[in-house]
Design a protein around this ligand. Structure first.
Ligand SMILES: *Cc1c(COP(=O)(O)O)cnc(C)c1O
Length: 454
């Protein structure tokens, strides 16, 4: 490799062919999901109305590696391996001795990391004879990824999109329709869960928690239908580890190891996907990066939420999972990083955080958009609002290096582009973007409604 490279590429033949499961390498396993009625750990059969058995077995797997099916690899190769970027122009603008690397997932058809799991989820459902998938989406990244993936396997796809994003981001809707999906703004009057919310608040901006309730309610009503979740669950984080496995190979090519790894966390999937293979290396003593989650100040489940059993959705249809939560009835303020507006956090990321293997920080959206703009003006790529959180944290770290003189290697996930989020940038440029404070009162109210489990 020449010295002034700006991206590190892998050949298609170098693409990893297995996903990595971090659970067997952890000092202790995460607590099991509980049945909300019996409060006993749920078994695979309890999840069968929602997911195909292959995904349920991945959800509870204790194997360290799982082979990626050939059909999935064939579709991954449409855009994978994804590039590892070296942000030299940003480094220069910040006058930092740090080296900044970004694993760029915006090269996928949907423009984010989400197809890494949408494709295998559609594959396993199709293999088990499922005809229709329902799902929720926030900003529309997950809905469009699943619409793309279901189109590859001839499945129907029905998407409940959080109202606030449905109104802010009309082109995501068109994208989903191009790939053949059907869309509903959430809350909708098509489901009991949606109607209950609308009765209480006809102008509800919606939330991921509400949209999940609607999609789950629809999935369990039909035998030929299952539900697909774009984040949070173990099998989703598993599929996303292709990001970190590739990044490890790419950094090895340029003989670098990260000192700091940061990623934005909504439900934890792009972060887990990038960081878990590095955590494996850390636990094995082969490197020692600081690994840090970055979340929005207005929806800070890790830094301000409690580690408790709670529902994954507002309508209380999901199993109880132990996670960092702000309360399943908490409806976050309508920040532009729609993908980060979730009341909970992946149980696996929450568990690893509790084990003290991760750090977390929360940043407000104006600092994030400022970072996104600085990145776009130096490196060219316009980041999605979600990864501007990771970029803002990267810039904080790189500025720290300028002050301390340390030449740290920083790795982050640029998990999506912002081509369909220009409305948010427009508001930022007009100086009209609101920084929502931490909504202490709303959170306290929601926390009081969490079931108390001894
Ligand atoms: C969905 C999404 C997120 C948030 O989800 P995670 O599971 O935390 O990754 C972040 N960034 C982008 C671009 C997304 O599409």
């Amino acid at each position: 490799m020449h010295d002034n490279y700006s991206k590190v590429l892998l050949d298609e033949s170098e693409m990893p062919t297995q996903w990595y499961n971090v659970i067997p390498d952890l000092p202790e396993p995460p607590p099991p999901p509980l049945h909300p009625g019996t409060l006993q750990p749920i078994g695979p059969d309890d999840l069968a109305p929602l997911f195909p058995m292959a995904l349920i077995m991945q959800e509870v797997s204790t194997d360290s590696y799982i082979d990626i099916p050939g059909e999935v690899l064939d579709i991954y190769r449409l855009w994978r391996p994804s590039p590892l970027l070296r942000a030299r122009r940003l480094e220069k603008a910040l006058d930092t001795p740090a080296k900044i690397f970004l694993k760029y997932e915006g090269v996928s058809p949907a423009g984010s990391h989400k197809p890494n799991t949408a494709v295998p989820q559609a594959f396993y459902n199709a293999q088990e004879g499922v005809k229709r998938l329902t799902t929720e989406t926030g900003a529309g990244q997950w809905g469009s990824a699943l619409a793309f993936a279901t189109a590859q396997f001839g499945l129907e796809c029905e998407v409940w999109q959080v109202r606030a994003s449905y109104d802010q981001k009309p082109y995501r809707k068109t994208m989903m329709e191009i790939w053949g999906a059907t869309l509903h703004p959430s809350p909708s009057d098509l489901t009991e869960a949606g109607r209950a919310i609308l009765a209480a608040d006809p102008d509800s901006p919606g939330s991921l928690g509400i949209a999940i309730s609607e999609a789950v309610e629809q999935a369990v009503q039909r035998d030929d239908t299952r539900y697909a979740l774009g984040s949070v669950l173990n099998h989703v984080l598993l599929h996303q580890t292709i990001i970190g496995e590739e990044a490890l190979l790419q950094l090895a090519k340029v003989e670098e190891t990260p000192d700091v790894l940061v990623g934005c966390t909504g439900g934890g999937s792009n972060f887990g996907g990038l960081s878990f293979p590095f955590l494996r290396e850390k636990l094995a003593g082969r490197m020692d990066p600081t690994i840090r989650c970055v979340e929005p100040a207005s929806c800070p489940s890790l830094t301000r939420g409690e580690y408790r059993y709670d529902f994954g959705d507002t309508g209380q249809l999901t199993p109880l999972v132990k996670m960092h939560t702000l309360g399943h009835s908490f409806i976050p303020d309508p920040i532009h990083a729609g993908g980060l507006r979730y009341h909970g956090m992946s149980p696996l990321v929450s568990h690893v955080y509790e084990l003290g293997l991760l750090e977390a920080e929360a940043i407000g959206q104006n600092e994030c958009f400022a970072a996104g703009l600085e990145f776009a003006r130096t490196e060219g790529i316009i980041p999605a609002p979600e990864p501007t959180h990771a970029i803002a944290a990267t810039i904080r770290e790189a500025v720290g290096c300028r002050e301390s003189g340390e030449a740290k290697v920083i790795l982050t996930a640029l998990c999506g582009h912002g081509h369909l989020d220009l409305g948010a940038y427009e508001q930022y440029l007009a100086g009209e973007l609101e920084d929502f404070d931490y909504p202490a009162e709303k959170v306290a109210e929601a926390m009081a409604r969490i079931p108390v489990i001894a």
